[in-house]
Design a protein around this ligand. Structure first.
Ligand code: NDP
Length: 252
């Protein structure tokens, strides 16, 4: 059907920009009711208005996912108001490359806090809902945003790569554990996507490297990754893509 996700409730973290925003719009187009999480409430409100103008249904919850209690409160609202989520697109993340010898320990911590602890906070809050939905309806999805950096070596990406290797390997374990309960678990590993992600980089060398990469290839769009999320969630319940690597055609 044109709206294969009708009746489903999708929670998207990091939905105020980039890949999460595009995924929320696409999942709504496919028929899901979407719950959008991020810190910037005004951006989420704009997104909800756009989705509803296009005939979709959406709920904005301004949440810092590094705050476990706030994520749990959001999950409690999703349970009370929408009967629980059956899809979690666990996507919020930050990328702050810098040479390790700069000892940018505050930036190391920000990446670990969001990409690892924030991701785990959402898993803790929503796994019970995913398991319940899968038992009732035969399928649910946990889709984690990893990165090609989980596999490849990029200059000065050690800490970010480490957080994303964590996401990919965690996803493989959870796929086995939760697959037995009909919850599909996938990791999406994108190459370079044009979003706000690069704008937070402060290290000059890393900024220059990223700028250089703009000229040598056409970057992916957030919509390209959003299509992948929609594809995974629309597969028959027996089919689980464990890992999806999606790269710009020109990215080595
Ligand atoms: P963006 O910077 O555009 O999006 C990041 C999102 O995370 C924003 O919505 C931001 O919203 C949200 N976020 C940041 N901190 C928090 C927080 N503490 N609590 C809740 N939400 C938060 O980048 P992308 O769309 O590119 O990134 C999405 C994911 O894709 C990340 O995990 C990233 O690592 C991954 N990725 C991106 C690639 C790329 O080239 N762009 C390549 C491979 C992977 P707000 O600030 O409002 O909280």
């Amino acid at each position: 059907s044109a709206r294969p996700l009708t009746g489903r409730v999708a929670v998207v973290t990091g939905a105020s920009s980039g890949i999460g925003e595009a995924a929320a719009e696409h999942l709504a187009e496919l028929g899901a009711r979407v719950v959008v999480l991020a810190r910037r409430a005004e951006r989420l409100d704009g997104l909800v208005a756009r989705i509803e103008k296009n005939g979709g249904r959406a709920l904005a919850l301004a949440v810092d996912v590094t705050d476990a209690a706030a994520v749990q409160a959001a999950a409690d609202r999703v349970a009370a108001e929408l009967g629980g989520a059956d899809l979690l697109f666990n996507n919020a993340g930050v990328m702050l490359p810098a040479p390790i010898e700069e000892l940018a320990t505050a930036q190391w911590q920000r990446q670990i806090d969001l990409n690892v602890t924030g991701l785990m906070n959402a898993i803790a809050a929503f796994t019970p809902q995913l398991v319940k939905a899968a038992a009732e309806r035969g399928v649910a999805d946990l889709i984690n945003t990893s990165s090609i950096a989980a596999q490849n070596i990029f200059p000065n990406f050690a800490v970010y790569s480490g957080t994303k290797a964590y996401v990919t390997h965690l996803s493989r374990h959870l796929r086995v554990e939760l697959g037995a309960k009909k919850v599909r678990v996938s990791a999406i590993e994108p190459g370079i996507v044009a979003t706000e992600l690069q704008s937070h980089v402060t290290d000059e060398g890393a900024r220059a490297w990223l700028e250089g990469a703009r000229e040598t290839m056409e970057w992916l769009t957030p919509q390209d990754v959003a299509q992948t999320v929609g594809f995974l969630a629309s597969l028959p319940p027996r089919v689980n893509l464990q890992q999806v690597t999606i790269m710009p055609t020109g990215q080595p």
